[in-house]
Design a protein around this ligand. Structure first.
Ligand code: ARG
Length: 458
């Protein structure tokens, strides 16, 4: 078929070149945005008297028909087409005749594709935000049910101090809340319309870019036409926000994988989210969490890919920019899949409180509290720290823990010790006494939960 752009050349490109040039394989998913954008364009052209009201009606009806037929599957996308924009225009002209050829007045594929991508990613951002909110709800529910569940908090993956499992979960909730905020911020800059920038320089027609933008739900228009058609930082920003989000999901996944291991057994996944081994009958693998951790790499790759594609491009549009889509689509798909699996996996997992407590009891994670007890009796912290450390060593040598070490041994190390030390080093007290704002006490975690829930309402 003759190319729609045949003119100065015969448009008789080599079929292999056609194939290489075509983006329909991946830009076909923007058909809704493309058609919606074109309907708004026809309305603006007509409102400004650039085309007649009758033409606008024919274009609108034709485009709406194409959309309907694509949605229903009645119309199949032609894999040989150059891209989704050309395909829609071609079908439109086949269906309504010469009027179809008027649609592309005061427009270029350069501003059209920038528009479609912004609209498409805007919708994706909203879907991803909704999924993050769902995950946040699950995390806060888990936290609420576990404000008194004691788990060892780690530094260097060594048992450090007791925290509640609720506090642990809320740490991830705080990260995700920032991810949500980053998406919102990114969406705000994305929601600026490039349509009407045309090929690069604007147009001689008396168009109304703001009317068209408002109709498509944009807050503003790109104020420089060369920037409007060349900028892809909205996609890079989204990729960067998604990369950070995936980094958070990956860290949580790593914890879940460790916690589900025989060595920890802090949690057990529902059988709906574990897999077996083809050879080892005892295995219950945390494949879903491992895949989330693994897929983080591809999202980072998508970000690096687009940054690299754009770094050397002179203004304005270059065909390299067609490479902007696959990576960012892949990142959105990946993030949505990960969030969709992680939320129910967390909601259905069993929290093995006794195992968490047992681990907390065996690791001298109340040694700081023992030192603090001496400080409250008037001893400088450094000296108290030393005595506490010596007592831990004595425990290790005699095979007991600070809770079971007899008072006379304590007194041999320091005569200040009395019975009340045992209450101070009780794990529950240790946790409960961490009342500083943002600490692990029940009241503090409840405050965090209330904060996140309030944020989720806005
Ligand atoms: N398929 C192209 C893309 O994705 C559309 C823009 C083509 N513009 C052009 N001047 N050839 O970027």
């Amino acid at each position: 078929m003759a190319k729609m752009w045949a003119g100065v050349t015969a448009g008789n490109t080599d079929p292999v070149a056609d194939d290489f040039n075509s983006s329909i394989r991946f830009d076909r998913r923007m058909f809704r945005q493309d058609i919606t954008g074109s309907i708004a364009h026809a309305a603006m052209l007509s409102a400004k008297g650039i085309i007649s009201a009758a033409d606008c009606e024919a274009l609108t009806a034709g485009l709406a028909g194409i959309l309907e037929d694509l949605e229903s599957g009645k119309l199949a996308i032609d894999e040989k087409a150059e891209d989704i924009h050309m395909f829609v225009e071609q079908v439109l002209t086949e269906r309504i005749g010469d009027t179809g050829k008027k649609l592309h007045t005061a427009r270029s594929r350069n501003d059209q594709v920038a528009l479609d991508l912004r609209m498409y990613l805007r919708d994706e951002s909203d879907e991803i935000a909704a999924l993050i909110r769902g995950l946040l709800e699950t995390l806060t529910d888990l936290a609420e049910a576990n404000t008194e569940t004691i788990i060892p908090g780690y530094t260097h993956l060594q048992r450090a101090q007791p925290v509640s499992f609720g506090h642990y979960m809320m740490a991830y909730a705080m990260m995700l809340l920032r991810d949500l905020d980053r998406l919102k911020d990114c969406r705000r800059r994305m929601n600026v319309s490039p349509i009407g920038c045309c090929a690069l320089a604007g147009t001689t027609y008396d168009t109304d870019r703001r009317m068209e933008a408002a109709r498509l739900g944009f807050d503003d228009i790109c104020l420089n036409s060369m920037d409007g058609v060349s900028d892809r930082d909205f996609a890079i920003e989204l990729l960067s926000a998604l990369s950070i989000l995936m980094m958070h999901l990956s860290r949580l996944s790593e914890e879940l994988i460790l916690w589900a291991s025989w060595e920890f057994r802090f949690i057990s996944f529902s059988s709906a989210y574990t897999t077996g081994s083809s050879i080892m009958p005892q295995k219950r693998n945390a494949d879903m969490a491992e895949l989330i951790r693994g897929k983080t790499g591809r999202v980072y790759g998508d970000l690096m890919g687009l940054l690299t594609t754009l770094k050397g491009l002179p203004l304005a549009y270059n065909k390299d920019m067609q490479e902007d889509k696959e990576g960012v689509f892949d990142a959105c798909d990946t993030v949505k899949m990960c969030l969709t699996i992680l939320t129910p996996m967390l909601a259905t997992m069993t929290v093995n409180r006794e195992n968490m407590l047992r681990a907390a009891q065996g690791g001298f994670i109340n040694a700081t509290d023992l030192a603090d007890w001496l400080v409250k009796k008037g001893m400088p912290f450094r000296s108290a720290y030393k005595i506490s450390g010596e007592l831990v060593r004595t425990c290790m040598e005699t095979g007991c823990v600070l809770e079971t070490l007899p008072l006379e041994i304590y007194r041999q190390h320091c005569p200040l010790f009395d019975e009340s030390l045992y209450t101070a080093i009780d794990l529950k007290t240790c946790m409960e006494k961490r009342i500083s704002e943002g600490g692990t006490s029940v009241a503090s975690v409840e405050k965090q939960i209330a904060f996140v829930r309030k944020e989720l309402k806005t």
